[in-house]
Structures are given as structure tokens and as C-alpha cells.
Ligand binder design. Structure first.
Ligand SMILES: [Zn+2]
Length: 320
């Protein structure tokens, strides 16, 4: 008992001294204060504001999002508009996201989005001009790109060309209705080949069910059971260094957890390509990722890359 108390006292004294030392250095005019990112274990690549889900009385607001981030150790989050009619019951414009994130840019990183069928930007020049304007207002990426067209639709290719030339990473929702492709993802493959300088971040069931090979891969629904060899994701990630995976939503959680040994090895093997995310968009939403990744036994360097460092590198975020 005495030993325990002594050790506690000793520890608190040391902590106190260390604290004093740090404050001293920070207050010293001779030393510039090191810039740091906001505290928190995670950077979330995928959240939304302004959406109203069935049964909700009001949209999720920035204050709700920040409170949720504080509670869950989320340092920063990418806030994604939803502009396509197939993407959400009520559209959320880029302008709404830019305006509402404006006072919190240390923590909230806005993306921009344009539907490929928007004829106002049908010339490459007009599209690039608009993307540049969005960048000037703070947009760091493009998406959530979720239009009801084929992934290789030529209007989609124009969007990807614009993102490549303006260096905006594209977060792409892929399933059997949005950015439509077929099992094996030949459409995504040709897009990756066409735009080697653009960064693509894959999301949703069409992308994540393709973690598995075999004849029964579907691009919709949540597929269960052991992952079979020959999945499109490993093949495409081997071939294309510009392909990343957004770990948000039930689709990615399901893909990683359906075959836990494969999932863990996949995360370690693709530690430079995986991006933590949730798809948080309603106040009472259950987010399986938070508990799952807190508990998952991963090497410390893998955690750091997946939870924070990869997305900060891709978006070229700097501490303020
Ligand atoms: Zn989303």
C-alpha cells in the first residue's frame, strides 16, 4: 500500500515537472511554438452535414458534427456534399458545405462536387474553372461522387479529367446503381488507367464487395463469408498506386470484418492506401468502425497511417 502511494506521488510529481517544462519551452520567445494538428486519434475521410434522413426532424448541423467528433476522438473530418439526385433524398450543395465549414477549417475539410450531367460545366474549361473556384474557397477533394451513370460514361470521364488537372482527389461511391460497373471492376480499371495522375478513393458496396474474388461477387448488398482469392481490390491496388480505400460505412466495415484474418492482413498489406472513415450523417447513427478499430490489434505504424497520416498526406494538409 505504502509503495503504491509512493509510486503514485512520484509519478504525479514527474508528470507535473514534465508539464512545467513543456509550458516553459512553449512560452519561451526564443522557441517558435511547433504547429500541431488538432488533437484526436482519427481523421475521418467521410462525413456529411445538411442531410435529412427519413424520420429526422432537422438536418445534422456543424455543431452536432463537432460534438460527435470531440466525443469520439476525431481530430478532423472531410465533409462531403451530395449533389446527384441518386445520392441522397435531399441534395447537399458544395456551397452549403463550404459555407458551414468556413468557421472550423482547422477541423472540417470541405470537398466539392459537381454532377457529371450538369450542362453548365459541359466544356472542360468551364469545369476546371469551377473546380478552381471551389479550391480557392477551401475544397480539398472531390466527392462524394455518386451519380446514377456508368462509371465510364463520357461525362464522368470529363469530371475525372478535371479532377486530375486540378489535383482534387476523387471519392467515388460505386455500386450497381451509382458509377455503375460489373464484377471484377473493369470500368474502374479503365478509369484508373486513363487518369494515372488522379487520386481515386473507393467507397460503397461495389468497391468493397470486390475485396473477394470468385463467381458470386455482387456490387450491391453486404456479402458475407470468407473472402475468396482473386479479388479485384488487391489486383487493382497492385497495378495502380493512385487507388485508395475509404473504410467508412457498413460496406467497408463488412468487407474487413466478414473474414477477420483476411481483413486484418489486408489492412496491414494496404496500410499506405487505407483511410479511416465513418459516413456519419445522422445524430443517432451507430458507427461500427469506432469500436472495431479501437479494438483491432494492428501494428502502431499501421494504425497511424490508416487513422490519420494517409489522408493528411493525400490532401496535403498542414498543421495550423
Ligand atoms: Zn456518404
Amino acid at each position: 500500500m505504502t509503495n503504491t502511494i509512493n509510486r503514485r506521488r512520484f509519478c504525479s510529481t514527474v508528470a507535473g515537472l514534465a508539464g512545467t517544462a513543456v509550458v516553459g519551452v512553449l512560452n519561451s520567445p526564443a522557441h517558435a511554438v511547433a504547429k500541431e494538428f488538432p488533437p484526436g486519434r482519427f481523421v475521418d475521410v467521410h462525413v456529411h452535414i445538411g442531410g435529412i434522413r427519413k424520420g429526422a426532424t432537422r438536418p445534422l448541423q456543424v455543431e452536432d458534427l463537432l460534438k460527435w467528433m470531440d466525443l469520439n476522438d476525431v481530430a478532423q473530418a472531410c465533409v462531403l456534399p451530395l449533389v446527384s439526385p441518386e445520392s441522397f433524398p435531399n441534395p447537399v450543395s458544395t456551397e452549403y458545405v463550404l459555407e458551414h465549414t468556413q468557421p472550423h477549417r482547422d477541423r472540417l475539410i470541405p470537398f466539392c462536387s459537381i454532377d457529371p450531367r450538369n450542362t453548365w460545366y459541359s466544356s472542360g474549361q468551364a469545369l476546371i474553372g469551377q473546380l478552381e473556384r471551389y479550391k480557392e474557397k477551401g475544397a480539398r477533394g472531390f466527392g462524394e461522387h455518386k451519380p446514377g451513370v456508368e462509371i465510364t460514361d463520357k461525362r464522368n470521364l470529363a469530371i475525372f479529367a478535371g479532377c486530375q488537372s486540378t489535383e482534387l482527389p476523387v471519392l467515388i461511391h460505386l455500386d450497381s446503381r451509382r458509377n455503375v460497373d460489373v464484377p471484377g471492376l473493369p470500368g474502374l480499371q479503365s478509369v484508373l488507367k486513363m487518369f494515372p495522375q488522379a487520386v481515386f478513393i473507393g467507397h460503397a458496396t461495389g468497391f468493397w464487395n470486390s475485396i473477394s474474388g470468385g463467381p458470386n461477387v455482387s456490387l450491391s448488398g453486404y456479402q458475407k463469408g470468407k473472402v475468396k482469392p482473386g479479388g479485384a481490390l488487391d489486383r487493382l491496388m497492385d497495378e495502380f498506386p493512385n487507388l485508395y480505400g475509404d473504410l467508412s460505412a457498413f460496406s467497408a466495415y463488412n468487407a474487413i470484418s466478414r473474414d477477420p484474418d483476411f481483413g486484418r492482413e489486408f489492412l496491414i498489406r494496404r496500410a499506405d492506401r487505407m483511410l479511416f472513415g465513418t459516413d456519419f450523417l445522422t445524430p443517432d447513427q451507430k458507427i461500427p468502425q469506432l469500436d472495431f478499430y479501437r479494438r483491432l490489434d494492428l501494428p502502431a505504424d499501421v494504425r497511424q497511417k490508416i487513422f490519420r497520416d494517409n489522408i493528411r498526406r493525400i490532401l496535403k494538409l498542414t498543421a495550423e
